[in-house]
Unconditional design. Sequence first.
Length: 275
Amino acid sequence: MTITAADVNKLRHITGAGMMDCKNALTEADGDFDVAIDLLRKKGQKVAANRRDREASEGLVIARSVDGGKRGVMIVLNCETDFVAKNADFGTVANNILDVAVASKPKNLDELKALNYTGTNLTIGDKITEEIGKIGEKIELSQYSVVNAEQVYAYNHPGNKLAAVVGFNKPTAEDMAKDVAMQVAAMAPVSVDEKSVPEDVKQKEIEIGKELAINEGKPAEMAEKIAMGRLNKFFKESTLLNQEFIKDSKLSVAQYLKTADKDLTVTDFKRFALN
């Protein structure tokens, strides 16, 4: 069967693949567009396998508050280069994936990847493979996070390399919610407060504190006490409610929230930043 330029252009429009890739796929498929599309997807799978060891450290981090401000959803779609991350088509794919996550409420990342991509019969995982074939870079949907609370605020830092989603136990002013979300984005706390720090993290900090004390020449019997003091410093610096509020260092974040409501607090947060 003769493959015309119009056929190649049509397949290119459908898939976004390169001209020669489209021509070769149509030739191999004897002009059958469905078969050609599958061939291009298989090429994408091959590219994905070849690039498995490549580092996809660029991409987009996108967060959104939905359901009347009671749910926040965040996804991270990675690629290899900033050039691809800034491409409009890549941004469309990322936002479409977020749309699916918002609408379908998958329980985890694997469930999200198994859902159908917007307007196609492809799963999101297959769509990503297709994009790898078109772009020629490793692409990976690496993060999917959800926060449910009485009020949720989603903050997207300009450039979409960093985002934070914060849940509060009761409604609060948007300016205050944004302030706390920006605190999370800027200061990267490890947990909400000292009670929510994982036990293994606490023990690691204590062991580091002991070792530092001994290396500084402190008596072994004092090392435990010194380590606990350093752990308390860790809580102040690394847990959200105990951190100094970035807009007023005289207040902790917890104290800042109490200026609006003595019972107002943060119940959960998620943060992700690209390197």
